[in-house]
Design a protein around this ligand. Structure first.
Ligand code: NI
Ligand code: NI
Length: 138
């Protein structure tokens, strides 16, 4: 963390009360740490818009009995192997599997990988978590 600088913020009493309530629930020790995190989140979102290098995590839940779905999921991941750091397979129950895929690289490629998996027949749930390499934020 770099040198800290203080600044004053004015806002409506009711908004501040809501904010204090929110940060209490989120277990923040003080307003400053909460504000820093919110600002960082905005910068991470920007990284994902600007076509930079990012990291993230893709989660899919699918029915493994659906025709060729397992092969397709493997084929797609091999096609994007240079953008995948690791993947973890979990047999959830009789019908369903979950795959957690850590990804890294150009935003466009990551999105292409995500949409390729998400659109497969048999995929019941999919989510991408947008993280950051950490280089662009303090
Ligand atoms: Ni493989
Ligand atoms: Ni499985």
């Amino acid at each position: 963390m770099g040198k800290l600088k203080r600044f004053g913020v004015s806002m409506e009493k009711s908004l501040l009360e809501k904010f204090d309530n929110f940060i209490k629930k989120q277990k923040y020790k003080n307003r400053s740490e909460a504000i820093r995190d919110i600002i960082r989140e905005k910068f991470v979102e920007q990284e994902w818009e600007k076509g930079k290098n990012v990291t993230g995590c893709i989660v899919i839940v699918y029915e493994h009995d659906v025709r060729e779905i397992v092969d397709k999921i493997i084929d797609i991941q091999h096609k994007f192997s240079s953008h995948i750091i690791s993947s973890q397979h979990i047999h959830m129950n009789e019908e369903n599997c979950m795959e957690i895929i850590a990804v890294k690289g150009e935003v466009e490629k990551i999105k292409e990988l995500y949409f390729s998996l998400k659109s497969l027949k048999g995929v019941k749930y999919s989510k991408i978590t947008k993280a950051t390499t950490g280089k662009k934020i303090e």
